[in-house]
Design a protein around this ligand. Structure first.
Ligand SMILES: Nc1nc2c(ncn2[C@@H]2O[C@H](COP(=O)(O)OP(=O)(O)O)[C@@H](O)[C@H]2O)c(=O)[nH]1
Ligand SMILES: [Mg+2]
Length: 194
């Protein structure tokens, strides 16, 4: 959380984390496409030639007011490929809340588990207490046939007690429910600190 008192802006950072190709960029793209341009930035995407996230995606939303301050929600995604582990840690710096985007397909379970374990390690390395981090699980790709029940995914990721949203990010299903849930958690925590 970063406050610019001169401009009365409260900057809050939300990171969409998860394994490669789970649908993180699709979430931001949908939010960008369906949000009034007057309250959002352009989407900044650094892509490789194969259309995959190279460094991160970025989208800023200006919504509502908190204690007389204008909150700006800075949404980021991490690149999922294994070799970008250093980049994922950098993107997590200063994070106020996380959406873990899991790929619901059965054969992606191991990648989901590895990704969340790495996320906990990165958070601890950066000095965060993972238990205090606002977190929402998004079980994405619910339109595909070979998916795990969300209850199984939830449990295997060790996220009991964390709210879980089903989504089809490319169609926008569940995208704004997920965003609202993480914003509510992040704002609740920020209000405690103001
Ligand atoms: N069937 C299906 N495909 C999806 C869904 N969300 C994303 N995809 C596809 O999965 C691939 C990876 O999506 P992307 O958002 O780039 O994933 P990222 O690597 O996590 O940023 C793309 O081909 C998307 O079109 C979904 O809910 N259902
Ligand atoms: Mg991406």
């Amino acid at each position: 959380m970063f406050i610019n008192w001169r401009l009365r802006e409260l900057n809050l950072k939300i990171v969409y984390y998860g394994p490669a190709l789970s649908g993180k960029t699709s979430n931001l793209q949908y939010i960008h496409d369906k949000t009034d341009p007057s309250i959002r930035s352009e989407m900044v995407s650094l892509k490789t030639r194969g259309d995959r996230t190279l460094y991160f995606d970025f989208l800023q939303l200006e919504l509502g007011r908190i204690a007389g301050l204008k909150p700006r929600f800075n949404l980021y995604t991490v690149p999922g490929q294994t070799y970008y582990t250093g980049t994922r840690k950098l993107v997590l710096q200063g994070v106020d809340g996380i959406v873990f985007v899991a790929d619901s397909q059965r054969e992606r379970l191991r990648e989901n588990i590895e990704s969340i374990q790495e996320m906990w390690d990165n958070l601890r390395d950066l000095g965060y207490n993972p238990e205090e981090m606002p977190l929402v699980l998004q079980c994405n790709k619910r339109d595909l046939p070979n998916i795990l029940p969300t209850s199984v995914l939830h449990e295997r990721l060790g996220l009991n007690g964390v709210p879980c949203y089903e989504s089809v990010a490319i169609q926008g299903v569940g995208v704004f429910d997920t965003l609202k849930a993480i914003i509510n958690r992040v704002v609740a925590k920020a209000q405690q600190q103001l």
